[in-house]
Design a binder for this molecule. Structure first.
Ligand SMILES: N[C@@H](CCC[C@H](N)C(=O)O)C(=O)O
Length: 260
């Protein structure tokens, strides 16, 4: 069978998008999803996302990591899916959709920048070495010296598979402060099992962590990721983070058909 796919990327975090409103895609076929995401034997991507019908919202997001397993929320994938929904004329410029972590509101600006509301965050674990929180996906955040030369893959894998996070694992973010409102980060992604060029839930977690640690007082934070720039903004009251928005580019790359 041939299926049509669309390739998108948001700050270099790239995704295979499939319109599954007719329920044609074999969603339980983990090996197939891993093959479609494979950069040598398939299309190549950090993840695969199905756009499906939802009775109460504009559409449903079903996200798989490049290892073929369905996973928790993907912030950049969510932003790219909004751009894809607009391309398919499923939505106009504003939308509400459902994902694994609940409802998301999003807006597409005239310049193609997609702003996505993320879940509220109240539980933040702070230790002298690291911060941990769930922003739709689990994130470990730690400040490091010399981020440019840091071995993200080796150190990320050792924390992800170490005793802290057990079988479930976590995404691992390494951070450097640039100035009062700007931070650089590099992320080891669970399910990709490598560094990716960007991670949206990771950027969100880093912005909140830097505020909680007192590294910034700002509530709109610029994040330099390997594949570009993201902005995270929020409201904070009594340690609760609400109106959390992840903003950045979400771009169509190419479309094609593939035999599955
Ligand atoms: N790239 C994503 C995160 C995707 C989920 C993650 N790999 C996991 O399984 O926890 C993002 O942009 O948030």
């Amino acid at each position: 069978m041939q299926i049509e796919f669309y390739k998108y990327q948001g700050t270099g975090n790239d995704f295979v998008m499939i319109d599954n409103r007719q329920e044609i895609f074999p969603k339980e076929d983990t090996k197939l999803i891993a093959r479609l995401c494979d950069r040598r034997f398939g299309i190549g991507a950090d993840g695969l996302i199905l756009l499906e019908n939802d009775p109460e919202t504009d559409f449903k997001m079903v996200y798989y990591n490049s290892d073929g397993n369905q996973s928790s929320m993907c912030g950049n994938g969510g932003r790219c899916l909004v751009a894809f929904a607009k391309k398919l004329n499923v939505i106009d410029d504003n939308t509400t959709f459902i994902a694994t972590d609940g409802l998301h509101h999003a807006a597409v600006a005239d310049n193609g920048i997609v702003s996505l509301q993320m879940i509220d965050v109240a539980d933040v674990k702070i230790t002298p070495e690291y911060v941990f929180m769930n922003t739709g996906s689990p994130h470990h955040i730690q400040l490091v010296d010399d981020l440019e030369h840091y071995n993200v893959k080796e150190n990320g894998a050792s924390i992800r598979y170490g005793e802290l996070y057990g079988k479930q694992g976590s995404n691992i973010n390494f951070v450097k402060k640039i100035d009062e409102t700007t931070f650089s980060l590099r992320t080891y992604e669970r399910g990709v099992e490598d560094e990716t060029l960007a991670c949206g839930t990771g950027a969100t977690a880093v912005a909140i962590a830097m505020n909680v640690l007192g590294e910034t007082k700002a509530n709109s934070i610029d994040l330099n990721v390997e594949g570009g720039k993201l902005v995270v903004s929020f409201d904070k009251k009594d340690g609760h983070f609400t109106n959390v928005f992840l903003k950045g580019p979400a771009e169509f790359v190419f479309k094609g058909t593939i035999e599955i």
